[in-house]
Ligand binder design. Structure first.
Ligand SMILES: [Zn+2]
Ligand SMILES: [Zn+2]
Length: 566
């Protein structure tokens, strides 16, 4: 690297951005900045997150990761991985994918703590080389001089990243909102943002999540007040579920319990993990007091506040098990209040609705952000975005962290704010940020991987594709034993799975398959029976056709032929 001079054959040094995830979707954030001549760029990866399956049907997949094949090719030129905050859509793929990259990781103490805690829980085989950067701190990562700027969001230590190279100053906002009273941690460092604007920012890469929502987002402190009010007035038990990483909300629930003279009970492993890291890093007081879920049943109904996981309808989480009356330690009853201090992420509406219905049938009162001020977004609405553009005054804007419609709305707003050059790009499109005109100059391969049990598999060619089919049509397996001369030994073995047992006349599907197999074998000339592949294909087709005729669906059909030497 670095052999090519500024004017050499590799072309002039430039700064580029290409997302391997996060442009055109809310999730799977992985933004790659490249600096140098086109043939010898050095890379900085900002965030490495996951997304969740949504809408489409991916049986057995609970997590989707970015396909890093482009970066794996380039990994010798990868200077480091910088994490803006500890949300799963920003750090969730690190543990699985770091072995493909083996680059140093940079993160603030809380983010580093969350990553370490998760790594210890999920195997802990790999020791991640994490360098902690203080809030507002600086680091030199290859040719990138980075400086963190503290923002506010819905988790401690969200950091925007100022990236300095000889091609100028770029600001990558990460996820943010403007909250002067974030309830834990510092308010956003607006002074520093304004100073960066004065220094002159070439490109602003900015959060688009709420670019379609007018106004400003309420403060986390207002939610804390509202929760305290609701808890104080509740006659019986109060259960509150929220995103486990929202430390401000955890603190607000703890404070609400204390103010009402109630005992706080915490249920759910993810919450325990976050509370431990938040205590270590000073975001919750050492004496943040709560009792374990086993104590729940001994506490008077009017004396308890339960904080629990499962706000997105996760079937194994505490609130789902409570709704089904299957939690080993926690039972709710008529008159109890359950607060969803969260927003339902698109795709989860059904599972959340099911839980809320079950709780309602049980006689609980269910309160969501539709009825009361029990949740706020962590992302900037339009007035906050405008404020950001006033401070930063970039020459180039690239909307990120949004679906296409959010990024378009954001781009329009950036133009209204007077940004001369606005580039809307999607995953895999390489944008030149500086020098010269900012525009898409190249494409790199991108895609998605599935976490399937303990393995990472491709999304397009992997096992999930077949599973989708299996889920719809079932499978028929036929095993035939034959001699080399083409003599069939014994009756073929037949297995049906996920296929109806009887046709509409009451005939067994097993018999229909058996007849199709026998008929095919009987009708084949002796010389054909010696050709294994011909037999296999003829039987497979006959079975599929016979089942299709009565069912109207073609099962996946496997024919196994065991050739026995006579
Ligand atoms: Zn976030
Ligand atoms: Zn995010």
């Amino acid at each position: 690297m670095g052999k090519t001079s500024k004017t050499g054959g590799g072309g002039q040094d430039e700064l580029v951005l290409v997302a391997l995830g996060g442009l055109g979707e809310i999730g799977m954030n992985a933004y790659l900045y490249g600096y140098g001549p086109p043939k010898a760029r050095q890379w900085l990866l900002v965030d490495l997150g996951i997304t969740f399956p949504e809408g489409e049907f991916d049986p057995g997949v609970d997590v989707i990761l970015p396909d890093l094949r482009f970066l794996v090719e380039e990994r010798k030129a990868l200077s480091g991985i910088l994490l803006t905050h500890a949300h799963e859509d920003h750090i969730g793929a690190v543990i699985d994918l770091w072995p493909q990259l083996e680059a140093p990781i940079y993160a603030t103490p809380f983010t580093a703590g969350m990553l370490r805690a998760k790594s210890a829980e999920f195997g802990g085989r790999i020791k991640l080389p994490i360098t902690e950067v203080a809030l507002g701190g600086k680091a030199k990562i290859g040719p990138f001089e980075i400086e963190l700027v503290t923002m506010s969001h819905s988790i401690p230590e969200p950091s925007a990243v100022a990236i300095r190279t000889p091609a100028g100053l770029t600001l990558h906002t990460g996820d943010w909102k403007l909250d002067q009273t974030p309830y834990v941690g510092d308010p956003p460092n607006e002074t520093r943002l304004a100073q960066l604007g004065e220094e002159g920012v070439r490109a602003l890469i900015c959060d688009s999540t709420n670019a379609m929502r007018e106004g400003r987002s309420p403060s986390e402190e207002e939610i804390a007040r509202s929760l305290a009010d609701i808890v104080k007035k509740a006659p019986k038990r109060v259960a509150i579920t929220t995103f486990s990483s929202n430390v401000a909300r955890i603190k607000a629930v703890g404070d609400a319990a204390r103010a009402a003279g109630r005992t706080l009970v915490v249920a759910g492993r993810a919450l325990h993990r976050v509370i431990a890291v938040a205590r270590e890093t000073g975001y919750l007081p050492e004496d943040f007091r709560y009792v374990d879920q086993q104590q729940f049943k001994y506490i008077e109904r009017s004396d308890v506040v339960l904080l629990c996981t499962g706000s997105q309808g996760e079937p194994r989480a505490a609130v789902a098990r409570m709704a089904d009356n299957e939690h080993p330690d926690i039972g709710l009853a008529k008159g109890d209040l359950v607060i969803f201090s969260s927003r339902t992420i698109p795709g989860n509406e059904k599972s959340v609705g099911r839980i809320q219905n079950a709780l309602t049938r049980m006689g609980c009162e269910v309160l969501t952000d539709q009825e009361a001020l029990v949740h706020v977004t962590g992302h900037p609405r339009r007035d906050e975005l405008k404020q950001m553009y006033q401070w930063i005054k970039p020459q180039v804007a690239v909307p990120m962290h949004g679906e296409a419609r959010h990024m378009r709305a954001h781009a329009e707003l950036a133009r209204q704010c007077g940004v001369p050059s606005v580039v809307v790009a999607f995953n895999g499109e390489m944008v030149r940020l500086a020098p010269d005109t900012a525009q898409v100059i190249d494409d790199v391969p991108v895609g998605r991987l599935f976490r399937d049990g303990r393995l990472i598999v491709p999304s397009d060619t992997g096992p999930v594709r077949n599973r989708r089919k299996l889920a719809v049509v079932g499978i028929v397996i036929v095993a035939i034993a034959m001699t080399r001369k083409g003599e069939v030994l014994n009756d073929p073995e037949i297995e049906l799975d996920g296929v109806p047992e009887f046709d509409s006349e009451g005939e067994e599907m097993f018999e229909i398959v058996a007849d199709a197999v026998d008929g095919t074998l009987d009708s084949m000339p002796a010389r054909k029976l010696k050709e294994i592949e011909v037999v296999r294909e003829a039987v497979r087709r006959a079975v599929r056709a016979a089942v299709y005729e009565v069912w109207g669906k073609k099962p996946i059909t496997k024919v196994l032929i065991n050739v026995i030497d006579d």
